[in-house]
Design a protein around this ligand. Structure first.
Ligand SMILES: *Cc1c(COP(=O)(O)O)cnc(C)c1O
Length: 422
C-alpha cells in the first residue's frame, strides 16, 4: 500500500504557516487515514477472541467452530505430556526466566532443548529465540552488512524481508521458485558476499522450495544458503527433521537453518541451527537474541517433550498426509482451485479479496473457520482461503469441510483467477 503524502496540520490558531512543528504530519492521524483506506478495500484485519480451544474445535461466543486455520500440524499443542512437562517445570522454576540468556535466563531446560534440536536437524549446534520473527531478524542482522547482497524468493515470509533490511544488504527478490532468476541476481554482484534465503515450505502456498537446485547454485556461486523451515519441521523429512533433510541436504549445503516451535511443535519460540561458528557469532552479534528475555523455562520443557514426540510418533505424519490426500482428491472432484501443494497447507486460490472474504464468511455460517488471506500478505489478485490440516483432525472433519465447500458453489470466474498459479 502506498504511503500517504505528509499533510500539514494546522496550528492552534488555524494558521497553517510557520514552518516549525505546525507543519509536521500527525502520525496517529495519518495511520488512521491508512486504516480507513484498508477498510474501503475490504482489507481490514480483525482480531477474533477464542474462548477455549479443544483440538481443532474453537469456542467463540456462544458457538463452536471447527478450525482449519491453525498451524498445529501434528496435533501436539494440547498433548497431555506437553502440558504435564510445562506444569512440572513451572512448579519447580516459576513462570518467567527473569533475564536474557546471556545474563541469568539460560536454564538447563534451554540447554537440553538446544541440544535436542541440533541432534534432530543434524546440526552442530542450535540457538533458541523467543519467536521465529526475531530469529530471522537476528540471523540476517548479524550475518549481513552494507555492500552485501541478499537474494530471496518473492514469496518468503515477511520477517526474512525485514531482516535483510535490518542487515543493510542490497535485497533482491526473485520470482517464486525461479532458480535461474536467483542465479542471475547472484551473478549480478559477483564480488559481494551473498546470502540466499528461502522458506522451506511456503507459508501461504504450501509448496516446497527447490532446495537441491538452490543448494547447487549457492555452492557454485559461493553464496550462503539459509532455509526458514517454520512449516516443514515436524512435518517433512525423515523423523520429521524438516524439508532440508527431506531434500537429502545437510549442514554443509544449508549452513543456516531456522525453524519455529510454534507450529508443528505446538509451543512457541524458534531456533537457528548450524555450524558452531554460526551459533557462536549469533550469540555475540544477534541483537534480538542478546537484548531480550529468554523464553520461560517451562516452555522449553514442553518444547523438548514436543521434539521427542514429533520424532517418535510417525503415525501423526501418516495421519496428517492421509487427511491431506483425502482433502485433495475430494477438492479435485469438486473442481476447486487447488494449489500444487503436498504439505499441510492447502490453499484454494480465489483471486479477489472480496471473493476470499465472502467464502470464509459463508464457511463460518456453516460452523467452519478458514482464514481468508488477502493482500498485502499475498500479491494482488491472489487472495485465497488458506486451509491447514492437522493430525488432530479426523476424516469426518475433512468431509464436512468438503461438503461445505461444495455448497459454496464457488463461481467459475474465481476458479479461472487461480488457474495461472500452478
Ligand atoms: C510463522 C513464521 C515465522 C515466524 O515465526 P513466529 O515464531 O511465529 O514468530 C517465520 N517464518 C515463517 C515461514 C513462518 O511461517
Amino acid at each position: 500500500m502506498q504511503k500517504l503524502p505528509l499533510t500539514p496540520t494546522l496550528s492552534p490558531n488555524g494558521d497553517a504557516a510557520g514552518g516549525g512543528s505546525a507543519w509536521r504530519a500527525d502520525l496517529i492521524g495519518r495511520l488512521a487515514v491508512q486504516t480507513s483506506e484498508r477498510g474501503r478495500e475490504q482489507l481490514l484485519r480483525r482480531v477474533r477472541t477464542i474462548d477455549r480451544a479443544d483440538g481443532p474445535w474453537l469456542d467463540v461466543g456462544n458457538g463452536r467452530l471447527l478450525s482449519f486455520c491453525g498451524n498445529d500440524y501434528l496435533g501436539l499443542a494440547q498433548h497431555p505430556q506437553l502440558v504435564a512437562a510445562l506444569a512440572r517445570a513451572a512448579r519447580e522454576q516459576g513462570v518467567g526466566s527473569t533475564s536474557a540468556h546471556l545474563i541469568c535466563g539460560h536454564r538447563t531446560g534451554h540447554a537440553e532443548l538446544e541440544e535436542a534440536l541440533a541432534a534432530w536437524t543434524g546440526r552442530e549446534r542450535a540457538l533458541l529465540f523467543p519467536a521465529g520473527y526475531m530469529a530471522n531478524l537476528g540471523v540476517l542482522q548479524a550475518l549481513l552488512a552494507r555492500g552485501d547482497i541478499c537474494v530471496q524468493d518473492k514469496l518468503n515470509h515477511a520477517c526474512l524481508l525485514d531482516g535483510a533490511k535490518l542487515g543493510g544488504a542490497e535485497l533482491k527478490r526473485y520470482p517464486h521458485a525461479d532458480v535461474a532468476a536467483a542465479a542471475r541476481q547472484l551473478a549480478s554482484r559477483a564480488g559481494a558476499a551473498a546470502l540466499l534465503a528461502t522458506d522451506g515450505v511456503f507459508s501461504m502456498d504450501g509448496d516446497v522450495a527447490p532446495l537441491r537446485e538452490l543448494a547447487a547454485l549457492c555452492a557454485q556461486q559461493r553464496a550462503t544458503l539459509m532455509v526458514d523451515d517454520a512449516h516443514g519441521l515436524g512435518v517433512l523429512g525423515p523423523r520429521g527433521a524438516g524439508s532440508v533433510s527431506g531434500a537429502g541436504l545437510g549442514q554443509d549445503e544449508v549452513p543456516v537453518l531456522m525453524a519455529t516451535l510454534g507450529k508443528a511443535l505446538g509451543c512457541m519460540g524458534a531456533f537457528v541451527a548450524g555450524p558452531a561458528a554460526l551459533i557462536e557469532g549469533l550469540t555475540q552479534f544477534a541483537r534480538p537474541y542478546i537484548y531480550t528475555t529468554a523464553m520461560p523455562p517451562a516452555l522449553a520443557a514442553a518444547a523438548l517433550e514436543a521434539v521427542q514426540l514429533a520424532q517418535a510418533d510417525a503415525w501423526r505424519r501418516e495421519k496428517l498426509f492421509a487427511l491431506v490426500a483425502r482433502f485433495r482428491s475430494g477438492a479435485a472432484e469438486l473442481g476447486l482451485p487447488l494449489a500444487a501443494s503436498a504439505s499441510a497447507i492447502q490453499p484454494l486460490l480465489l483471486g479477489s479479496a472480496a471473493a476470499a472474504l465472502d467464502a470464509a464468511q459463508a464457511l463460518e455460517r456453516r460452523g467452519l473457520l478458514v482464514s481468508a488471506i488477502r493482500p498485502p500478505t499475498v500479491p494482488q489478485g491472489r487472495a485465497r482461503l488458506r486451509i491447514t490440516l492437522s493430525a488432530a483432525h479426523e476424516e469426518a472433519h475433512v468431509d464436512r469441510l468438503l461438503d461445505a465447500l461444495e455448497a459454496l458453489r464457488l463461481p467459475p470466474a474465481s476458479r479461472a483467477a487461480a488457474d495461472d498459479h500452478v
